[in-house]
Write a protein of this length. Structure first.
Length: 304
């Protein structure tokens, strides 16, 4: 089956991913410059940062699946799930990812992996029991779009930048004689310390906001991709509304058990109600997602 003509990488998303990585590179260049000026060893910083980056890039998918209690399943173990994903991948002209199921009642799904060839799509028991086949296909189409857009690896890199600022600061104390150099007085040391703390805090805040903004847009892009791939925006609307309702019925202990670091990767935030400002949210408001999907459905039906 041929890929739908309007289905493809989202140009707006690609631009935002490049811009986010560029801006993150700039702010971290400033942080590294401040660390070096404060007396931290440049070589040590580079080695430690590179090692941690490689560790996160190559193990984040395994850690994510482990933290969710997810296990890879075969076509014999989950034939319907595999059949839907295989059909979507044929339409999207993508290699079939690994398929996993997480044993949690929380209705959710996510995609992880460095590339389409190493991707894993995971669905929870909760979402498998909650949705109809058409709704499940829409959700999985959303995740397949994430794989196609390669936004998962960009989010992994961006989240690494957001978490490494404090770590680099701590390592600066251990190597290079501490901040401020060996021949400076205590006032200089204290000044250098506070400058690094302030810059690190600013870098973290900027990185966090950039990451959240990218996360919200990539959800819009994946919603659009799913709607075009399946041809049924209404199925995704129905799925999102069911998931929202289902989240409210999940015991708080199960909600708290959901790994917070995976929040940006879920199709729906693991909270019954979002109480934080949109600026700090990993996902756009449900109402905004539904409104966009309704407009897209009208366009697909030729009534817009």
């Amino acid at each position: 089956m041929a890929r739908p003509k309007s289905f493809g990488r989202d140009t707006g998303l690609q631009t935002r991913m490049l811009l986010t990585l560029f801006l993150l590179g700039l702010v971290y260049a400033v942080l590294v410059a401040v660390l070096i000026a404060a007396g931290a060893g440049a070589v040590t910083i580079a080695i430690v940062a590179a090692a941690l980056f490689a560790l996160q890039l190559f193990t984040s998918d395994k850690i994510a699946l482990y933290s969710m209690g997810a296990k890879q399943v075969t076509p014999q173990e989950a034939p319907e799930l595999h059949a839907i994903i295989e059909r979507l991948c044929i339409q999207a002209n993508l290699p079939k990812p690994r398929v996993a199921i997480a044993q949690t009642p929380m209705p959710n799904a996510f995609a992880i992996g460095r590339s389409p060839k190493s991707a894993t799509v995971c669905a929870t028991v909760g979402i498998l029991n909650l949705l109809t086949p058409a709704e499940l296909e829409a959700v999985l189409g959303h995740e397949i779009t994430h794989v196609m857009n390669r936004d998962v690896v960009v989010m992994t890199v961006a989240s690494f930048f957001a978490s490494i600022a404090a770590f680099i600061t701590q390592w600066g104390f251990l190597f290079g004689g501490g901040f401020g150099g060996n021949n400076r007085n205590n006032n200089s040391n204290n000044n250098g310390f506070f400058v690094v703390i302030l810059v690190s805090a600013a870098v973290y805040v900027i990185s966090f906001l950039l990451l959240q903004a990218l996360s919200r847009y990539r959800e819009f892009a994946a919603d659009r991709g799913s709607a075009i791939l399946t041809g049924r925006p209404s199925a995704l609307i129905s799925a999102l509304m069911k998931i929202d309702s289902g989240m409210g019925r999940i015991p708080q202990r199960d909600m708290r058990a959901a790994p917070g670091e995976l929040a940006a990767f879920y199709i729906f935030p693991p909270k019954a109600k979002q109480t934080v400002a949109t600026l700090f949210s990993t996902h756009p408001p449900l109402e905004a997602r539904i409104a966009r999907l309704q407009r897209l459905e009208a366009q697909l039906q030729g009534t817009a």
